[in-house]
Design a protein around this ligand. Structure first.
Ligand SMILES: [Zn+2]
Length: 67
């Protein structure tokens, strides 16, 4: 590897909003995430919508969808 052209990669911790911490390697410092593999609906299989801005409710209202 050439000296001086590569970003410094170091062990960092990703902190998720669910409280999970993931150790990884990155050129960034510690990372905060709102979703991780432990709490993302895709992995948990839970039927949970990631709807922080209430967009689903807005959509339902607009098109008169009965939940
Ligand atoms: Zn998480």
């Amino acid at each position: 590897m050439k000296e001086g052209i590569h970003p410094q990669v170091e062990a960092v911790t990703v902190y998720c909003a669910c409280g999970n911490e993931i150790k990884t390697f990155s050129s960034r410092s510690d990372i905060r995430a709102s979703l991780c593999s432990q709490c993302h609906p895709f992995y948990t299989g839970a039927n949970k919508f990631v709807d922080t801005a209430g967009r689903i409710d807005k959509f339902k209202k607009k098109y008169n969808v009965k939940a």
